[in-house]
Design a protein around this ligand. Structure first.
Ligand code: AMP
Length: 417
């Protein structure tokens, strides 16, 4: 594998997988261009070297069919404005060989939405998994996926993957295409490198004490993450809705709080595993209970083991926060995934905002902090603290799979792991 910083793109054509899956309004205008801005360092480096750029991405879920509402043609002007140069558009990503061949150094071609072709995702369409013919259909689609990837690869001399958000998928443009380039001609983009390095810093080279803060709604969606982290962390803070399953499993009265009865054995197993492995588990002790799931509900701080009937825990109480603050400020590595309360409701956002502040404070004191996975990113953004933590991951699903210890196909295809 080569390092993009060390590669000179002069005279080369580079095909770059980016994540331009930007949100659009009804008029097809971009409402948040974070993802376009995120890819600029890689794209600009290639152009500055004197390379030609072929940009490819998916947008939305067209499910293998052409859908004008999800056409990347709508964002050509925005990409051109961001790059500061004209951008040509190829209206069929699988028939762009001539347009790619005609590209001169410094020119840019944006391909139409890759997912207009079912080959991109490589899943057979219109056939149920239970159908006896499914396996044959899957095999056929895999072969078509390889051909599709080969077509895309044929446009360029070099392949760059800068789309961390899809790195956990083995799609034509995110992984299969890499097989058509030798090790000297495929690489991670700058954004992708940053993501991978931040996750490596936490999972492979963590300074101790290492604290994971896991919140959010369900134990079931975070079980893999928690189990994997148990061998890595010194402290495990569990907050948010998922904490109540742990409390109920230990005999607590949690009123109407969110919980998953069927996950109680897993919660008890995690409590035991923490003891065995010497991980300090810190569950919430006090919650802000509400008499309704709404922003305007009545609320009061209560002991988390004794939530009154008709009330539900919606945010972390001051007592829990004080304990968590102490742990966070004494940490050298912090991984945060999931809010510790219903932070979408202003009146129950306090705890999550405090956690964001503690993580920022610990970072100022020299800790490395990685925030990732959906809602915790929204939370640090909401509290304006995104630039005060070490790294905010852009890839929700990819980040979660990485911190479950899974190998990301998009990264493996390039690194050859
Ligand atoms: P997740 O996607 O699993 O990280 O969960 C995020 C969601 O968990 C957010 O929408 C929060 O509102 C929700 N959440 C956090 N704490 C609670 C709670 N105590 N009760 C209900 N939902 C919660």
């Amino acid at each position: 594998m080569v390092n993009i910083q060390d590669f000179n793109f002069a005279g080369k054509k580079a095909i770059v997988r980016v994540d331009f899956n930007v949100p659009l309004n009804e008029q097809g205008q971009i409402t948040d261009d974070t993802r376009i801005r995120g890819a600029l360092p890689t794209l600009k480096k290639i152009l500055a070297d004197g390379g030609a750029l072929i940009i490819m991405s998916h947008m939305g879920k067209p499910k293998g069919k052409v859908n004008p509402k999800l056409s990347l043609g709508q964002i050509t002007d925005a990409v051109a404005a961001a790059l500061g140069c004209p951008v040509k558009f190829a209206p069929d990503c699988a028939k762009a060989a001539d347009a790619a061949a005609a590209l001169k150094p410094g020119e840019v071609l944006l391909l139409e939405n890759l997912r207009f072709y079912p080959e991109e995702e490589g899943k057979p369409v219109g056939i149920d998994k239970a159908d006896p013919a499914y396996d044959a259909a899957k095999k056929e689609m895999k072969a078509r996926q390889t051909e599709f990837a080969k077509t895309l690869a044929g446009y360029a001399d070099v392949y760059v993957n800068d789309a961390f958000g899809t790195a956990h998928r083995r799609h034509a443009s995110t992984a299969v295409i890499a097989d058509f380039f030798d090790a000297e001609h495929k690489m991670l983009g700058l954004l992708m490198e940053k993501e991978v390095n931040a996750i490596d810093a936490v999972l492979r080279n963590a300074q101790h004490p290492f604290t994971a803060i896991i919140g959010g709604s369900k134990v079931s969606s975070k079980l893999g993450v928690i189990k994997f982290l148990l061998d890595k962390v010194d402290n495990l803070i569990i907050g948010g809705g998922m904490g109540f399953t742990f409390i109920k499993a230990q005999g607590g009265h949690i009123g109407n709080s969110l919980h998953e009865d069927e996950l109680m054995p897993d919660a008890l197993a995690i409590i035991e595993a923490c003891k065995e492995k010497g991980v300090k588990l810190s569950l919430s002790t006090q919650t802000i209970a509400a008499d309704d799931f709404s922003n305007d509900a009545n609320r009061k701080p209560v002991d988390i083991f004794n939530i009154p009937e008709g009330w539900e825990g919606m945010d972390a109480g001051e007592e829990s926060l004080a304990a968590w603050r102490e742990i966070i400020l004494n940490s050298k590595t912090i991984l945060w995934n999931g809010p510790v309360g219903v932070f979408e409701f202003e009146n129950f956002a306090h705890g999550t905002g405090e956690i964001a502040k503690y993580v920022a404070e610990a970072t100022r004191q020299g800790a490395f902090s990685l925030i990732g996975g959906g809602d915790s990113v929204a939370a640090v953004n909401k509290f304006g603290l995104a630039d005060q933590v070490s790294y905010v991951s852009t890839g929700g699903g990819a980040m979660l799979e990485a911190i479950e210890g899974k190998v990301l196909p998009g990264v493996a295809a390039i690194k050859g792991e």
